[in-house]
Design a protein around this ligand. Structure first.
Ligand SMILES: C[S@@+](CC[C@H](N)C(=O)[O-])C[C@H]1O[C@@H](n2cnc3c(N)ncnc32)[C@H](O)[C@@H]1O
Length: 270
């Protein structure tokens, strides 16, 4: 099992505790992302794939706005929870476990493909990134919309933070969770190992859980280059000030014809 899958399988039951109020975050994120979908594709509803849906933070909100959303994720536990959480909110969200690099859908199945909250930077090599992006392009119809959200790594590559601010949340039963991240930058400053610590408890009864993973801190220029090589056009970066989304958002269109990097297409289907 990949270490990324293990990380998110283990985190899935408590993933909502990363947010102060997960339902409010889902609503706010859909409020920011849905207008980008509408601006590109017109009034919906649209067929949307959330290809790194996790427990459904974006997928549930978009499905709640009337789109026909399918959620997939490397983590079977996260994808299963996304389906359950959607059903609990009266929203239809078919989900499945799937790797971004081998999406189990036919060509032109979707109008839009979403991959949000820094999921792509889990892929650590150019081959893997291109396999994922050409796969996303394959499942989109002509002129379909790609929507990615990632951390602002241009800034992080300059400042090399080692401990972003902690996040706090409180469950309805009063249990608190403090989520801490510790970043260890690799030589060269492009990738970093992340130690993810969650302290959960109340009064004098606390438990600590540690999980580890690695990210590629892709700059906007690097990610734009990969998106173009995978055969997308009209690449646009949207700053948080314009969308209200907490991370930069990249949108692009499925261009016609073959991807520029046709070798990547071959790798995507290997
Ligand atoms: C930070 S979480 C974001 C999840 C969700 N978008 C959200 O905001 O709640 C990153 C997600 O990317 C998924 N992921 C990482 N690598 C993946 C891959 N190769 N294929 C599919 N999903 C992947 C993880 O399993 C995880 O659910």
């Amino acid at each position: 099992m990949s270490s990324v899958r293990r990380f998110y399988d283990d985190l899935a039951p408590g993933y909502h505790r990363i947010f102060q109020d997960w339902d409010a975050s889902m609503e706010a994120q859909a409020r920011s992302l849905d207008p980008l979908v509408g601006a590109a594709l017109g009034a919906g509803p649209h067929r949307i794939l959330d290809a790194a849906c996790g427990i459904g933070t974006q997928a549930i909100g978009l499905a709640g706005r009337g789109h026909r959303v399918v959620g997939t994720d490397l983590s079977p536990r996260a994808a299963a929870r996304a389906g359950t959480e959607a059903a609990a909110r009266g929203v239809s969200l078919p989900t499945a476990a799937a790797d971004l690099r081998a999406l189990p859908f036919g060509p032109a199945t979707f109008d839009a493909a979403v991959c949000a909250d820094n999921s792509l930077p889990h892929l650590l090599t150019p081959d893997d990134l291109l396999a994922a992006l050409t796969g996303l392009r394959r499942v989109l119809r002509d002129e379909g919309l790609l929507l990615l959200t990632v951390r602002d790594y241009d800034e992080a590559r300059r400042t090399r933070p080692t401990a972003p601010p902690p996040q706090l949340s409180t469950d309805t039963d009063g249990r608190e969770t403090i989520t801490l991240q510790l970043w260890h930058w690799h030589d060269g400053g492009e990738r970093y190992d992340l130690r993810h610590l969650q302290l959960t408890g109340q009064a004098d009864d606390w438990r600590v859980r540690e999980r580890r993973t690695t990210y590629w801190a892709l700059t906007k220029e690097q990610l734009t280059g990969f998106v173009l090589r995978a055969g997308f056009t009209d690449v646009t970066w949207h700053a948080p000030q314009s969308t209200g989304f907490y991370q930069p958002v990249l949108t692009a269109r499925r261009g016609p014809g073959q991807p520029v990097d046709s070798a990547a297409t071959v790798r995507a289907h290997r």
